[in-house]
Design a binder for this molecule. Structure first.
Ligand SMILES: *Cc1c(COP(=O)(O)O)cnc(C)c1O
Length: 331
């Protein structure tokens, strides 16, 4: 992703902390598009990043900046994949990492965090509960808190997903982007970079931006609820439950930014049940050859639902994100 260094926070002559993140494949799926009833569909496979999720992009940017500024250690609360990514980039930078994760995090992800040498603290509850412990530890230890949107650089790394979508479509943009949303940095980062690319002359001045679409699980859908209420803030979801663990974020800190991207882009938001997520994860894998994560399955379920309800038109040209790897969830 550091091919795009001019759009990223990197000082002249500085070497980024990189493990080969980004430049993930985005392949067209004509048969799936036909079955669903839209003109075109591409699936971008973020499961092929280091530690198997797009979290690598944000952590590469954040660890690069924090290492340059000289931090004594890193700490993060996580639903899983952010902890694995931070463990990897911390190891690459030679800086100690501590991760707070729910006890219910998929076992392969917890094993990856430990294998990469991070100190793993298991927490009863969800990522919000992990956040409280993580912030207390940051205050007491001086470790740098890399929580979603509490530092400014993870979002910058995630912008590169939007740049790659444009590049892989020949410097055009799709009509819709379906993004499985937890903390929302992926969606916010892409929405930020589309304007930057237009203003920087990478895209024509009259370019039409995609409608941004939030996909969530019915068991934890704070952003869908807020969007349906036309609110500008989300209220925390009670008893968040979903096996798509990256989406189990009951109170996203970036709620206002997510909603702003939805309203500004003319976007939409919807949730699907656990059985739909399971069925569409398998369907996505078998149709595409991608080892899809449940979060990708959720995005497919939401796409189908919105097409069925005519909230996405049949001439749509859609990019759908598979944000992680199925392998992280099988145990
Ligand atoms: C973190 C994560 C998400 C949610 O991403 P945000 O950008 O925080 O909304 C979705 N899928 C997977 C696999 C994740 O790890």
């Amino acid at each position: 992703m550091w091919r795009y260094a001019s759009a990223l926070p990197l000082a002249q002559g500085e070497v980024p902390v990189s493990l080969g993140e980004g430049t993930t494949p985005m392949r067209e799926q004509p048969e799936l598009a036909r079955e669903i009833g839209i003109a075109r569909l591409w699936v971008k496979d973020e499961g092929l990043n280091p530690t198997a999720s797009f979290k690598a992009r944000g952590m590469s940017a954040a660890v690069t900046r924090a290492a340059a500024l000289g931090v004594p250690g890193f700490v993060v609360p996580t639903a899983g994949n952010a902890g694995a990514a931070l463990a990897a980039y911390g190891a690459a930078a030679g800086i100690t990492v501590r991760v707070y994760a729910p006890r219910t995090t998929p076992a392969p992800i917890l094993a990856t965090i430990s294998a990469l040498g991070a100190e793993l603290c298991l927490v009863d509850g969800h990522i919000g509960d992990a956040g409280k412990q993580s912030r207390a530890f940051a205050t007491e230890s001086g470790y740098f808190d890399v929580s979603t949107l509490r530092e400014p650089y993870r979002i910058e790394g995630k912008k590169t997903m939007g740049i790659e979508v444009a590049e892989q479509l020949g410097w055009m943009l799709p009509t819709h982007i379906i993004y499985p949303t937890g903390g929302g940095t992926g969606l916010i980062g892409m929405w930020k970079v589309f304007a930057e690319m237009r203003d920087g002359g990478w895209l024509p001045p009259d370019v039409a931006f995609p409608r941004m679409i939030v996909a969530q699980a019915s068991g934890c859908a704070p952003m869908v609820r807020a969007f349906e209420a036309h609110a500008d803030r989300a209220t925390p979801w009670e008893n968040p439950e979903t096996h798509a663990s990256g989406l189990r974020v009951p109170g996203p800190l970036g709620d206002r930014l997510i909603l702003r991207a939805l309203y500004e882009s003319g976007g939409d938001a919807a949730a699907v049940d656990e059985d739909v997520i399971r069925a569409d994860t398998i369907r996505l894998s078998r149709a595409s050859g991608i080892d899809a994560a449940p979060e990708g399955g959720c995005a497919l379920g939401v796409l189908e639902k919105l097409v069925r309800q005519k909230r996405i038109p049949d001439d749509a040209e859609v990019v759908l994100f598979n944000t992680g790897s199925g392998a992280s969830y099988r145990f």
